[in-house]
Design a protein around this ligand. Structure first.
Ligand code: UT7
Length: 315
């Protein structure tokens, strides 16, 4: 019988430097706190310092997740990092930097590029390694520092994003708990609406908004059914923290009340691949989610990509 993969440890890290909406206005950006809050729900975001990079964030989050799992670091057999902003802009991977910094042996370590859906892709990939008995324990990280590739004079994009990292330790677990269902999607015909071109983010905001709601909501409903569940069985939706209006449209269409939806974008903005594990980690830290809860993790973003993981929380 195949083993099940479950999250046995979780942690997150956010850089200390805060940039508020007012700070952006003070820097000369043609916007206002009121506009940003009412259109996005975002009040402030965190930004890396000169000394930090994506791997710094990833490593801090990883150390917290390992500590929370209470495992010996040397038992980790795989490192997967979801990121679009690796330190070297391509290779070597952040995963290799983390493998080395943690003093791990020569295990597989690689990055996954699926933008804001990256954590769903990374988690699902590590899940396959565990279910197929290739490894017993994996470190899965979502880490991004989009501030490095931001045009701080472009009010269409720079108001939305922030830096951060979240990590989980995934391990073989009790049959009844862990990840029950995972599904990943792509639609490359929408590649142009959100891209990094000439090392800068370019976005057609309205198009992204529409594609996100149109594609993702039916996929969540189907995934819930395929997992043998009903919408009322869902204890918490942990959506990618893109825009409070996107999240609200999704939860309304799924019939989920606000108390079942985890959001933190007010404080951190959209941290891309890090947004889901940071939200999950904070919800756990604040004791909002507890053992036995059924969670739906939903990511969506450039590609266009989207992905869903349904799991029973066990910490
Ligand atoms: O992980 C996925 C990442 N991307 C996303 O999630 C983006 C999804 N899209 C969005 O979040 C929204 O489309 C935005 C927040 C980007 C924009 O909100 P919107 O309600 O779709 O506004 P809009 O683009 O339709 O623009 C409305 C107006 C425009 O002015 P006019 O043409 O009506 O005169 C814009 O020029 O708001 C103007 N505008 C701004 N005004 C003040 C655009 N950005 C700003 C700004 N401050 N920062």
């Amino acid at each position: 019988m195949k083993p099940t993969a479950g999250i046995i440890g979780i942690g997150h890290y956010l850089p200390e430097k805060i940039i508020t909406n007012e700070d952006l206005v003070a820097q000369g950006l043609d916007t206002s706190d009121d506009w940003i809050q009412s259109r996005t729900g975002i009040r402030e975001r965190r930004i890396i310092s000169e000394e930090e990079n994506t791997s710094t964030l990833a490593l801090e989050a990883a150390r917290k997740a390992i500590q929370s799992a209470g495992i010996d670091t040397s038992t980790i057999g795989l490192v997967v990092v979801a990121t679009s902003t690796s330190d070297y802009g391509g290779f070597p991977s952040v995963a290799c930097q983390v493998q080395h910094a943690l003093g791990l042996p020569n295990i597989p370590a690689f990055d996954i590029s699926a933008a804001c859906t990256g954590f769903n892709y990374a988690l699902t990939t590590a899940q396959q390694y565990i279910e197929n008995n290739m490894v017993k324990t994996a470190l899965v990280i979502g880490a991004d520092a989009l501030s490095k590739i931001m045009d701080w004079t472009d009010r269409n994009t720079c108001i939305l994003f922030g830096d951060g990292a979240g990590a989980v330790v995934l391990s073989q677990t009790e049959k009844s708990k862990g990840i029950h269902y995972a599904e990943l999607f792509s639609d490359g015909s929408q590649a142009e609406i959100l891209k990094i071109d000439n090392e800068r983010i370019e976005m057609e905001g309205r198009a992204v908004f529409k594609v996100a709601v149109k594609n993702v909501v039916p996929s969540i409903s189907e995934a819930i059914l395929k997992a043998g569940l009903k919408n009322e069985d869902i204890d918490f939706l942990i959506p990618h923290q893109a825009n409070i209006r996107i999240i609200k449209q999704m939860s309304d269409r799924l019939g989920l009340s606000d108390d079942k939806v985890v959001t933190n974008l007010e404080k951190y903005g959209n941290t891309s691949a890090a947004s889901i594990p940071i939200a999950l980690s904070e919800a756990f830290e604040k004791k909002r989610i507890s053992s036995g809860d059924t969670l739906v993790l939903v990511g969506f973003g450039a590609g266009f990509t989207w992905g869903i993981n349904i799991l029973e929380w066990e910490l």
